[in-house]
Design a protein around this ligand. Structure first.
Ligand code: ADP
Ligand code: MG
Length: 384
């Protein structure tokens, strides 16, 4: 019996209607490009969140997670009020999904459910445990309530839940990666049109893995820093007369240098070159395979460190040490000011790179990082 069905058995005697799951994700390249309507290239990972569901006779949603004691109960008729009232803590994710799904699918037939949620996606490590719980619950409710939404619509439901019910102003990359993932492939996403393409990674064929190096650093100014970078991007786009920085190419950079102050110029240059690097990564994966993308990953890191200025010494050390110990490429990933770096490594070098990074952190008197490999894996699905 799966962990989620075991948890469900503590909630109800009824037979489970089914079980659904969705994965976390890692962004291979394309950082801070999402809100500039640009390109990203994330992949779903093997770590997943599962939701086991049983039907009830009443209209109550009763949700439990291995994450915390007890169950949260809300009658469907009171869902809107519960979302507006807030204070739901973790339950804002699954209840927010139910609320957003009902709005997005007027033909759905909502009914009371017992829902049990379990997960092995690390929380707060930059692997998007939030998109995993949203994707699992959205997939479950979509089937059980007969909502009939497709995967992209379910990703949108997850984003609306996170933006409006949880109150986190995130883009849609995480949900799209979690919904659309496939084994050994990444999801190329155009954040303006939401068009996607599956891109073969070829890691399995080449014996390559991605090592995540979680620095466990989280800076108090990360929220302020994020808002400041967004504002600089908006100012840069306005000054350049475009809707979003997505509309600029590298050939526009000389003009940008003339028009913009130095800081805004460098923020803009990061976004413009990063968008190009995502496109180049997709083309390189297709034409030359994964061993050829190392330089692009390294250039992405340098751009975030020097132009966007969102790296921290721990992330630079993780990247430099991984590269010095045989990684094919490495970069910080996520919003910056802490969080994780990723390194593309030959499978048999994984241990060596991880321990070299551990030693370098010890020598620098930094807190020991958490390192673990991730595998590009299948997206949301029904498991039972
Ligand atoms: P990340 O997505 O990077 O892991 P977030 O802050 O976006 O970090 O989302 C983490 C939050 O999502 C948790 O604090 C919790 O509220 C919620 N969450 C994630 N997974 C679960 C789960 N299995 N059960 C309950 N809540 C979860
Ligand atoms: Mg998240």
């Amino acid at each position: 019996m799966s962990a989620a069905s075991e948890l469900l058995a503590t909630l109800t005697d009824r037979v489970a209607e089914g079980e659904w799951s969705a994965p976390g994700r890692v962004n291979l390249i394309g950082e801070h490009t999402d809100y500039n309507e640009g390109f990203v290239l994330p992949f779903a990972i093997a770590e997943r969140t599962a939701a086991a569901v049983a039907l009830r006779d009443d209209d109550v949603l009763r949700i439990s997670s291995s994450f915390s004691e007890g169950a949260v109960e809300v009658p469907l008729a009171a869902l809107d009020d519960a979302i507006s009232a807030g204070g739901l803590d973790w339950a804002a994710y699954p209840l927010g999904v139910a609320w957003a799904l009902r709005r997005a699918a007027p033909d759905a037939a909502p009914r009371g459910l017992d829902v049990a949620i379990t997960s092995n996606v690390p929380v707060g490590a930059g692997l998007s445990s939030s998109a995993a719980i949203e994707g699992a619950v959205a997939s479950a409710l979509n089937d059980v309530w007969g909502a009939g939404l497709d995967r992209v619509a379910l990703a949108r439901v997850g984003r609306i839940a996170e933006n409006e019910a949880v109150g986190a102003p995130t883009g849609i990359m995480d949900q799209m990666a979690s919904m659309l993932g496939r084994a050994d492939a990444a999801t190329f996403l155009d954040c303006r049109t939401l068009q996607t393409q599956e891109v073969d990674l070829g890691f399995a064929r080449e014996g390559l893995e991605i090592l995540v190096i979680d620095t466990l650093v989280s800076h108090a100014h990360s929220t302020g820093g994020y808002a400041e970078r967004r504002a600089a991007c908006e100012a840069g786009a306005r000054a350049m007369g475009v809707l979003a920085l997505r509309d600029l190419a590298e050939s526009d950079l000389p003009r940008a240098r003339e028009l913009l102050d130095d800081v805004t110029y460098r923020r803009v240059r990061h976004i413009v070159t990063e968008n190009q690097r995502v496109l180049d990564t997709v083309a390189t994966l297709r034409d030359a395979g994964p061993r050829a993308i190392g330089e692009l990953l390294v250039a992405s890191h340098a751009s975030m460190r020097d132009d966007f200025e969102i790296s921290v010494p721990e992330l630079d050390l993780a990247v430099d040490t991984a590269l010095a110990n045989g990684a094919i490429g490495a970069r910080m990933t996520g919003g910056g000011f802490g969080g994780a770096a990723i390194a593309l490594v030959q499978g048999d070098r994984l241990e060596a790179v991880a321990s070299a990074v551990g030693e370098a952190f010890a020598a620098g008197r930094y807190r020991a990082p958490r390192t673990f490999p991730v595998l590009p894996s299948v997206g949301a699905r029904r498991d039972a």
